[in-house]
Each structure stands twice: as C-alpha cells, then as structure tokens.
Write a protein that binds this ligand. Structure first.
Ligand code: NAI
Length: 337
C-alpha cells in the first residue's frame, strides 16, 4: 500500500523503514506537517501516516478523501488532532498506536519533577564553569509530599509507582478509577480536592472537550502556593497564558512542560536563528523555575520501534480488511482508554 508519511524526521524514516513488514508498503516520506493547504502531497496514496501536530480537521480530511485516502494511521496514542466524526462520515478509517511505551513518558515526567526540584540542569552548568557553590540549588524531599495525578491510566499509573515508592502520598482523579492505583496506596478524590491538597500535580489525561484548559486562572488559584505542575500529556490541557501571572506571583513554584498548546509550528523545528513570535512561550522560558521540552517524553528507541511495528500492523490489517482494536470511532468521543 502506498503511504504518505507526514511530519517525517530522519528517525521516523529509520524506524519505519527498518520495521519487519515495511517492505510490504511503499512509503512516501514528507517533512511537511499536514494541514488544509497540502493534502495534494498525498495524491495517489491510500493511506496517510500522521503525527501529533498534523491538522486532520474536516477540510483536510475531505481533501484527502477526494484524493483517494482511506486510512489515517497515526504514529501516536492521542487523536485530539483528528476530527474523527468527519473521518467516519467520509469513510476514512482512523487507527492509532494506543501504547508504544508508557514507561518512556512516565520516566520523563519523573525526570522533570526531579530536575525542577533539585536543579540538575543548573548544577551541570555551574560546575562546568568552575562555580562549585550550591546556594540557589536548594530542593525539597519528595518523601512525604502529596502528588496529584490527573488521569491514572497507563502513564499516570507508571508515574505514580516510583513516587509512591519514594514515600509520596498519591492522590488521583479519573472518571474510571484504576484498581492498580488503589493497590499502590493511591486515593481517589474529586478534582477540587486534588488541586488544593497536592504539592505536585502531574497531568496524564487525554485532551478532549471536558479537559480543555483544565488548568486555568481559576483552578490555579485553588492550588497550594508554590505548587509544581507537570504536563507531559497535551498542551491545551493548560491555559498557558494564565501560568505567567501564577509564576510571577509565586502561586506556581515549578513548571515542567513537555507539551504546549501552540507547539505545532515550533516544536521539532530548529528555530535558533529565528525570531519566535509566540510571546507566551518566550515569557515562560524566562522563568528560572520553568523547564520546557519539545514533546520528547515519548522519544526512546523502544517507543519508536513499537510505533513503527504497530503502524505496519495497522496498515496490514486495513489492507486485508481486518478489524482492529486500534481503530478510533466517533461514538467513543475523543478520549481513549
Ligand atoms: P490512558 O488512556 O491509558 O489513560 C488516560 C486516563 O485519563 C484514563 O484512565 C482516563 O479515564 C483518564 N481521563 C480521561 N479524561 C479525564 C479527565 N477529564 N480527568 C481525569 N482523568 C481523565 O492513556 P495514557 O497512555 O496513560 O496516555 C495519557 C496521555 O498522555 C495521552 O492521552 C496523550 O495525550 C499523552 N501522551 C503524551 C506523550 C508525550 O510524548 N508527551 C506520549 C504519549 C501519550
């Protein structure tokens, strides 16, 4: 099957081409990010392989359908970037990679917590410049602190595990409680209680209508003063503009973002020689207690291998008319479990 692979980086090409069964498909690797203006690039392809920042809205999907595209094979778990209802109406199947390495994301979230707290990044720079002073690097013991996990599915649970082992109190908020979280000693509470009681809040729920801007000026005001917020899930879970005031006032004491609402034109690009026009992002980057990474929590060799293998399986299944549990249907809404 001929497949147009959008938003391709050299590593995507390497892992997809190297996966078993890749020889069964013809990949057209494109660096372009898919949007309403460029579906013509997929002309002659039965499938489009897309990533987190490709824009698969109703217009893009209609233009793809007109060019013969019948399958969207996502190289990711989240599908908030796809208008699944429009795809269904157009007869386009949407298939995703539901789990490629929840470990990768959970380990990264833990890394953000430890780095923001103990300031490894600043210590690294200081020592290399011959500054062996530690004033300004003061951290806190994680032991005994309360961590609130919003979303206790695969990644939330794996983030909770090491934190529980370190002696943190675990609070969770999830419409579908996970018995394994309770098994860790975790306690389910409603969102307002989690916000007021947590020293660290880590987001692990999907982005959908119910979770859009879940963290905003009002919810920030309910949190403990000096709270640490970690987002490795999706940018639009947080109203980023509201973070600036909260950081300036000290209401937010630490912020770790691997995702950002307006990341689509910025993340994964080398803009070191450009004038970045996003004032919110630029202001956030000036705070010493903020760490922003470029949607890389998933980025491990294991994850890339699993993404490639599941993507090939999704292409094979579609080609042979086989149903797949990786298919996303409109009636399930946008939230995946
Ligand atoms: P999952 O489906 O296993 O777990 C998500 C959990 O969130 C479910 O238990 C669900 O019931 C819960 N949930 C849904 N709406 C909620 C709400 N409004 N409030 C609280 N909980 C809610 O998904 P998984 O694998 O744990 O992934 C979580 C998210 O992580 C994905 O949706 C994706 O957006 C993000 N992700 C980020 C990556 C990165 O590289 N930064 C890589 C992979 C996933």
């Amino acid at each position: 099957m001929k497949v147009a692979v959008f938003s391709t980086k050299p590593y995507d090409q390497r892992f997809l081409s190297g996966a078993a069964g890749s020889e069964r498909h013809e990949f057209l690797f494109l660096e372009d990010r898919l949007n309403e203006r460029n579906p013509a690039l997929a002309a002659g392809c039965l499938a489009v392989c897309a990533f987190v920042n490709d824009e698969l809205n109703a217009t893009t999907l209609k233009l793809l359908a007109e060019r013969g595209v019948r399958l969207i094979a996502l190289r990711c778990a989240g599908f908030n970037q796809v208008d699944v209802k429009a795809a269904d109406a157009l007869g386009i199947s949407v298939r995703r990679v539901p789990a490629y390495s929840p470990y990768a994301v959970a380990e990264f979230a833990l890394g953000l917590i430890l780095t923001l707290n103990r300031k490894y990044h600043r210590a690294f720079n200081r020592v290399r410049e011959g500054n062996f002073g530690i004033d300004g690097l003061l951290g806190f013991d994680l032991h005994g602190k309360t961590v609130g996990l919003i979303g206790t599915g695969k990644i939330g649970l794996l983030t909770a595990k090491p934190l529980g082992a370190m002696g943190c109190r675990l609070l969770g908020c999830d419409p579908f409680p996970n018995p394994e979280f309770i098994g860790l000693g975790g306690e389910y509470v409603e969102l307002p209680a989690l916000l007021t009681a947590s020293d660290i809040i880590s987001l692990h729920c999907p982005l959908d209508r119910s979770s859009f801007h879940l963290i905003n000026a009002q919810t920030l005001a309910k949190m403990k003063r000096g709270v640490m917020i970690i987002n490795t899930s999706r940018g639009a879970l947080i109203d980023a503009a509201a973070l600036i005031g909260a950081l300036k006032s000290g209401q937010v004491g630490y912020l770790g973002l691997d995702v950002y609402e307006q990341e689509a034109d910025i993340f994964y690009e080398d803009l070191s020689g450009e004038i970045i026009q996003d004032d919110v992002l630029q202001r956030l980057l000036t705070f010493p207690n903020v760490m922003i990474t470029s949607h890389q929590a998933y980025f491990t060799d294991t994850a890339l291998r699993n993404i490639a293998e599941t993507t090939i399986a999704n292409l094979d299944d579609f080609e042979h008319g086989r149903p797949s549990s990786n298919e996303v249907k409109a009636e399930r809404g946008t939230a995946a479990r």
